[in-house]
Design a protein. Structure first.
Length: 366
């Protein structure tokens, strides 16, 4: 099943609103075929695995093989025909499932259908790994809001801006993981100050035959971003206040960027990102079928999203350096305490990655 999870990751960036799914077909202890969902509208993982096996082995072998699949097979027709009746028609005898589909239209339905057809079905195998694989899909399919990951690269004293002679805080191994995240996520959010100070490209830079670049979302209340910025192209969304300059909006549209206007949030001063309504932003992104978002800074953006309890998971990359009070902090004053749960710690050469889900609680006055 863990091999099926690794296979599923190959579809990252290409399946849009569909989940990442991998499948492995095993006959008498030997893997005879594999498959994964490679692109939106393409064949699903279990279908690819079984069809691959049928091209190389007699049907009786395939029928007596065990299918391992990270997510329960679908039961309804969509971009592709339903997999559950097709598997039954192929004569498969046993299916091992990692996660139940969180889609209310599917949840547990295929398990019941397969069992009624006489198949042996086991579910919940390596479920933690399989659930993590579909965490973005799970949130979007149940709430129509994107899953939000906060990616932070910082010194051990919590600073996210390096000295002038140093381009990056994180080491190459940590930067590679960041680009893996960009490959996996639909979109990326930064604030205008990050664009003005760093002029980043915000693209995915990996040695892969298929690169997926996230949609670049720039929070810029009054459209201060220079038109010459490297990040501005047809894959950029400029998020601004409704009152931002019409002339600047037109200029960005001519550069290929999209303009998304947001109203002022009624909560006022506790939001630092131009007082724009971030919940409205996430609702609009979900409406546009964006299922996942990486927040990459800066401090205004992190503070605003944390105060809105809008970050679901953190990836915090810590470098062995102390920069002191003059450097930019990770956040400003918060009205939320954030506790990480399901914490994982990973060594990346001399950097440390701490990741976990965000659990929020408000400060109390005693």
């Amino acid at each position: 099943m863990r091999q099926a999870v690794q296979l599923a990751r190959r579809g990252a960036g290409w399946v849009k609103t569909n989940p990442l799914v991998g499948a492995v077909l095993v006959y008498r202890g030997q893997i005879i075929a594999t498959g994964y969902h490679a692109r939106f509208g393409g064949p699903h993982a279990e279908r690819r695995a079984v069809q691959s096996a049928l091209q190389r082995y007699p049907k009786r072998i395939v029928q007596h093989a065990t299918l391992y699949v990270t997510l329960e097979p679908c039961t309804h027709d969509g971009k592709t025909p339903a997999c559950t009746p097709w598997l039954i028609a192929q004569g498969i005898k046993e299916v091992i499932i990692g996660s139940r589909d969180p889609n209310p239209l599917e949840h547990g339905r295929s398990v019941r259908w397969l069992r009624r057809a006489g198949l042996q079905v086991t579910s919940g195998v390596a479920q933690t790994d399989c659930d993590y694989l579909i965490r973005c899909y799970q949130k979007w399919i149940t709430t129509k809001m994107p899953f939000v990951l906060g990616k932070v690269g910082m010194s051990i004293d919590g600073k996210i801006s390096a000295p002038k002679h140093q381009r990056y805080i994180s080491n190459p191994a940590a930067l590679y993981r960041v680009h893996q995240l960009r490959q996996e996520f639909d979109s990326l959010i930064v604030g205008v100050n990050t664009i003005v100070h760093d002029n980043p490209r915000l693209t995915t830079r990996l040695s892969l035959h298929r690169l997926s670049h996230p949609i670049k979302i720039i929070l810029d209340s009054y459209l201060r971003t220079p038109l010459s910025s490297q990040a501005i192209d047809e894959h950029t969304v400029m998020v601004c206040r409704e009152t931002a300059s019409r002339q600047r909006k037109t200029a960005f549209i001519k550069k290929g960027a999209d303009i998304l206007e947001l109203p002022v949030d009624p909560t006022g001063g506790r939001l630092l990102t131009g007082y724009m309504d971030m919940q409205r932003l996430l609702q609009e992104l979900g409406r546009r079928n964006i299922t996942s978002v990486i927040i990459e800074g800066g401090a205004n953006v992190f503070t605003t999203f944390i105060n809105n309890q809008a970050i679901d998971e953190f990836y915090i990359f810590m470098a062995p350096a102390i920069y002191g009070a003059t450097r930019l902090p990770f956040t400003y004053a918060l009205d939320q305490v954030v506790q990480l749960t399901s914490v994982q710690v990973e060594q990346l050469d001399d950097n440390i990655l701490v990741r976990g889900y965000a659990h929020y609680s408000s400060y109390s006055i005693s």
